[in-house]
Design a protein around this ligand. Structure first.
Ligand code: TYD
Length: 203
């Protein structure tokens, strides 16, 4: 089973992934967590290039580097782990590219979506958890942090990213589950568990 988490900065992905991993492991199941961009040696190197504010990276190069990182992660980690029967949780996956590069940067949506599937060799998550918060909440939660190259884009960019996520939610309501993440950690964790249980038992 492949589970991916999505959301804008400050939505609590990292915490919720950790809590879900602990919950699944407490049931005696084996979980592997990875992140995008990154997760394999090659992709972690691309991550540094992509997130460094020193680099001037245009939208097309950005798109292709994210896809290259993804293809490598899928081939070398995600697919082998799934074959071993593990549950894989990935912090971001191709929906980030649809939201950030197609909607945020304005690259053509149909092309981005084709490239997404090319990069994953057709692999699609069984479940995607979108932790939804408003831009205002995101700013409140991240006010003291240092921003990487992509996080430095302005409000207009992030409103488009949110629009992108909402678009995916309308297109694929079964796979892409929207969870209101504006409440406490514990409240959100309970909602995530519920969604996981429902999907896992239906597999
Ligand atoms: P990261 O530090 O992992 O951010 P977060 O903790 O918010 O997940 O940095 C990943 C950044 O890369 C984040 O700003 C989103 C962006 N990104 C894209 O623009 N496209 C993509 O396909 C992926 C995977 C990430």
């Amino acid at each position: 089973m492949l589970i991916t988490f999505e959301g804008i900065d400050g939505c609590g992905k990292t915490t919720q992934i950790k809590l879900l991993k602990e919950y699944i492991e407490s049931k005696g199941l084996s979980v592997v967590t990875v992140r995008e961009p990154g997760g394999s040696d090659f992709s972690e190197q691309l991550r540094k290039i992509l997130l460094s504010s020193k680099n001037k990276v245009g939208a097309r190069s950005e798109l292709m580097l994210f896809e290259a990182a993804r293809a490598n992660l899928v081939d070398n980690i995600i697919k082998p782990e799934l074959r071993r029967g593990k549950i894989v949780i990935c912090d971001r996956f191709f929906d980030s590219t649809t939201a950030y590069q197609a909607f945020g940067r304005g690259l053509p949506l149909d092309f981005v979506q084709k490239l997404n599937l090319f990069a994953t060799d057709g692999l699609t998550p069984n479940l995607t958890v979108y932790l939804s918060i408003s831009l205002e909440e995101s700013k409140r939660r991240t006010s003291r942090q240092e921003f990487d190259r992509i996080e430095k884009a302005g409000d207009e960019f992030f409103l488009k990213v949110i629009e992108g996520y909402n678009y995916i939610a309308r297109q694929e309501p079964d796979r892409f589950v929207v969870i209101d993440a504006s409440g406490s950690r514990q409240e959100t964790a309970l909602k995530v568990r519920e969604v996981f249980e429902k999907r896992y038992s239906a597999l």
